[in-house]
Design a protein around this ligand. Structure first.
Ligand code: ASP
Ligand code: MG
Length: 458
């Protein structure tokens, strides 16, 4: 069995849904297929918006839900004209949603648990329509609510999956020879309470199901041609990578190549199931294959970046050989729930620098001033500030491991591009060299690095 997941952009309207159905129909001739659907484009955002307006006491919460109702009923008309039962089903779901939001409006609060319930209507609506449209085309589609097959804990907003019981349920409920059409994103606790897998979680749904049935492949259908060697909006020479390893995909997606939900890789890696990123706009292209091994010999696979970061450099003679300062810095930041994206300390121990999201910069400085106030007072540590408007660039590739010369080529390119580097870090996995540059240098830097490793390949 093959899993085919369609993202919101591939299900934006009846026309796009139709193209997705063509792709499913063609594929289901060759092997058994299970389809996983996201909500139609923008619907989940609309649901979050409606809930927050309702919780704040604004009557306008009904605007986004009215738009959601209209869009889905239009899709029903275009894809399944005359299917009254489907129309009643869709309208019924919208009525339920209105009632829920009305409740939120009355009590003026929306807990995470209620939010999960509301957020899941997008997938339930889209999947209901898609399953019906498939049946109309003669495909043996069966609507399957993922809450029946994916078990999680009750950590609402991004629940943790109980793989063992989920795999059992998946095997039991996907048995047969029909075409299951499953709601992405949502799941349930053992007690049946609705949870979600976190924003963009439908990719994850697809890989959990894929691992559960030991699928032959998991295809993620989006509106990009695949995983690019760099962000094509910034690097005109960027090209679609024919294949990358799981590890490389994780590194790239972590560093902002927003092609796949990072969790998605975990169940696929565990069962060794290949993933493929494909575009519904160009289904004739093969996209990018993500698997355990690749035949690529290139040192560097891709260049990714994280924007809007800030760097804090804590520096001072009193830090040399005095254990505990790094521990206190990171504990204080963790207590303030500030995520550290990158760390670098030179072996002189005279300074330690780390990179955090720009939005947390001022708060981080205050937290650290409080924590290090004795050291600041005794001048063991110098005053520090957050340097803002920065960007992390990461050069990623499995074949870099143990190959001398890669960083030489990288830093030569950066030198020639006259890029000022504020900090550098290389994990000892040697799969990733990350460095921090000013935002204004980003485009020039990305292009120079791309040219150094891929020049003439596009
Ligand atoms: N509809 C959900 C979201 O927008 C899940 C998904 O699209 O993957 O976050
Ligand atoms: Mg989405």
């Amino acid at each position: 069995m093959k899993i085919m997941k369609f993202g919101g952009s591939s299900l934006a309207d009846a026309g796009r849904i139709s193209s997705a159905l063509d792709i499913v129909a063609a594929n289901s001739r060759a092997e058994r297929v299970c389809v996983v659907c996201s909500a139609m484009r923008g619907v989940t955002d609309g649901l979050f918006d409606a809930a927050s307006q309702a919780a704040a006491g604004f009557e306008t919460f009904a605007d986004p839900t009215q738009a959601i109702r209209t869009r889905h009923l239009e899709a029903v008309k275009e894809l399944c004209a005359g299917d009254d039962e489907l129309e009643r089903g869709v309208a019924g779901l919208c009525d339920e949603l209105d009632e829920l939001l009305h409740g939120v409006h009355l009590v003026r609060e929306c807990t995470m648990r209620t939010m999960d319930l509301i957020a899941g209507y997008g997938e339930r609506l889209s999947t209901t329509i898609i399953a019906a449209a498939m049946r109309r085309r003669g495909l043996p589609a069966r609507y399957l609510d993922a809450r029946e097959i994916i078990r999680t804990d009750a950590d609402h907003g991004g629940a943790a999956v109980d793989f063992l019981s989920s795999y059992e349920l998946i095997q039991a409920l996907l048995d047969g020879d029909d075409l299951p059409v499953v709601t992405g994103f949502i799941a349930a606790t053992a007690a049946g309470v609705t949870t979600t897998l976190g924003r963009n979680g439908s990719d994850y749904t697809a890989s959990i199901i894929g691992a559960g049935v030991e699928a032959s492949a998991i295809e993620i259908w989006a509106d990009v041609d695949g995983v690019y060697s760099a962000d094509p909006r910034l690097v005109p020479e960027a090209f679609v990578l024919p294949e990358i390893s799981y590890q490389e995909a994780m590194e790239l997606s972590y560093f902002g190549a927003k092609v796949i939900h990072p969790y998605t890789m975990v169940p696929a890696v565990e069962k060794g199931i290949p993933l493929r990123i494909r575009s519904t706009l160009t289904p004739e292209l093969a996209g990018t294959l993500i698997a355990s091994h690749t035949s690529s010999r290139a040192f560097v696979t891709g260049i990714a970046s994280i924007e809007n970061v800030a760097l804090i450099n804590v520096e001072g003679g009193g830090m040399v050989g005095s254990p505990g300062i790094a521990g206190r810095i990171f504990t204080a930041l963790a207590a303030a729930r500030i995520n550290i994206i990158m760390i670098s300390q030179a072996s002189s121990e005279h300074s330690i620098c780390f990179v955090i999201p720009d939005g947390d910069a001022m708060r981080a400085v205050r937290v650290l001033e409080a924590e290090l106030s004795p050291e600041l007072h005794q001048k063991k540590v110098q005053r520090f500030v957050a340097e803002r408007d920065l960007e992390i660039v990461a050069v990623i590739g499995e074949n870099m491991r143990g190959k001398p010369g890669v960083s030489g080529r990288l830093f030569q390119a950066l030198g020639e591009a006259a890029t000022n580097i504020l900090a550098i870090a290389q994990g000892s996995s040697e799969m990733n060299i990350s460095f921090v540059v000013h935002r204004c240098d980003r485009e020039r830097t990305l292009n120079a690095v791309h040219d150094a490793f891929f020049g003439g390949m596009a």
